[in-house]
Structure formats: structure tokens, C-alpha cells
Design a protein around this ligand. Sequence first.
Ligand code: SAM
Length: 280
Amino acid sequence: MDFISPTEIKRIASKYGFVFKKGLGQNFLSSQSVLEDIAMASEIENEGVIEIGPGFGVLTNELAKRAKKVVALEIDDRLIPVLADTLGEYDNVKVINQDVLKTDMKKLIDDEFDGEKVSVAANLPYYITTPIITALIEGDLPLKNLVVMVQKEVADRIIATPGTKNYGAISVLCQYYTDPELVCTVGANMFVPPPKVDSAVVKMAFRNTPAVSIKDEKMFFKTVKAAFSQRRKTLLNCLVSNFTHTKAELTELMESVGIEPTRRGETLSLEEFARLSDIL
Ligand code: SAM
């Protein structure tokens, strides 16, 4: 495929009579340098990669140049003949006409990559950003890097540090399993058609072991969820509403691990969440 620009995306759309569907998050990337940034950040040289939502195949093209094998999941059947054409030169690309949310990722990685570690790269359809990221991160899958284009505000939440307004349950979830970093921010004019929001690419490198060691993951995430359940309340009051312990018991438990009950949930580091959930 040639150098990608807004003109090139519009040319492909007009060639195939393709009409963009807003409901499927079809904002196609038209910046060659951002496509290369995503492919490079994925670190897939001679390895396997899964792409979610290939669209016209502009990112798939950059992935296919580098990876051993690309498996791309596309829900829109109108794009399947287009992709057969735009990616025709590659014999290391497999396009599957399937909804990512209905895909058994473990089975896909077993079947297509012999269960070996793969990365996931995508310019995500924004209407399902959180369910996709959550399913991939919590799925206990053999993943190396997750490099995704998301709304800028989602990227801000993924990389947020304790005590900042963007820090929340998704920050803890992502940072527990991965080491997230911002790759680049991308203006709305880099897409055809332009979305209403600015975007950013984040790279989440999966950790070999989670960021903190805890006794019980279920309890850890229950504690995190409770802590962020009512942002204006103190951590103690959030816990009282979500656990069966009395206020006095919770106060004592929190103090025993050096966490002031009057603090707000969003000020706790992963390590403090770990200490707290271990005694609950
Ligand atoms: N990768 C292309 C690019 O960068 O130009 C297209 C990205 S566009 C933001 C999102 C793509 O995801 C579209 O091709 C859309 O049809 C596809 N898509 C939307 N929902 C999907 C789903 N549930 N499963 C798989 N693909 C989906």
C-alpha cells in the first residue's frame, strides 16, 4: 500500500463506494507517521500480532511489513473484499470477519500462533474501548505488548499517577498487569472522518509478574472498586458501603497497615491498595 494520507483514504473509500459507519467507530487513520509509530511501538519484528479492526488495512500493512504473522479481526463484512485487495501482496496476513468481543482470544492465539506470546495493535473502535482493554488485560492471555489508539482522556486515565484527577480503577488495573506509557497524541484531523475527540496511542507492556504481590486478586480489585465508588467520600466511608465490617473495625484495620481512614481512595498507590486488601 502507498503512503497514507487523507487523500489516499478518501480515494480508497470512493474506489469501493465505502460509506463510513459512525456506529462501528469507523474513523480511519490517515497519518503515515502515526501508523509507523504504532507498528514500531508494538515490537513485533518476526513475531505474531493481532490487530483489532483493520478497516482499509492501513495499519495492517505496517504490521505485515514487520511481523511474522498478522491476524486481523474485522466485524464489518463490507471491508473483507477491500482488505483482500489492499493486503493482497502479503502472505503473512489473515483477516477474520468477526466481532472482537465475541472472540475467544485464548483459542485464537492457540490456533493461529501455537499459543506463543503475541502483541495486540489497534486503532480501536472507541465505542468499545474499555471492554476490549479490560478483556485483554484480565484475560490471562500470553500477551507481550498492547499498543492502542484510544481517546486522549482514556490514555490519560491509563497512565495517571495516584493523587491526580485522572487516577481511577482503570489506572490501577492497567498498571497492575502492565507498564503503560504514552507513545504519542494524535489530533482529530489525522482521521477520516475526524472524530469529535483528540486521541492518543498508549503502549502497555505486560509484566512478567504483577506490579505488586497480593494474597487475593479478587479482594484487591474489590477494594479498588470500592475505593473509587464515591469520589467525594473518604476511603473509610467508601469501604463501609462496600464491605460487611463495621466502621470501627475498618478504622482499626486501616490504621494497622498505616493508611489514614480520612484519605480519599484516589490517593492510594498500588502498593497501598495491596496492603489494604491483604488485611480485609
Ligand atoms: N485500523 C483502521 C485504521 O486505523 O484506519 C480502522 C480503525 S477504525 C477506528 C475501527 C475499526 O474497527 C473499523 O474498521 C470497524 O469496522 C472495526 N470494528 C468495530 N467494531 C468492531 C468489533 N466489535 N470487532 C472487530 N472490529 C470492529
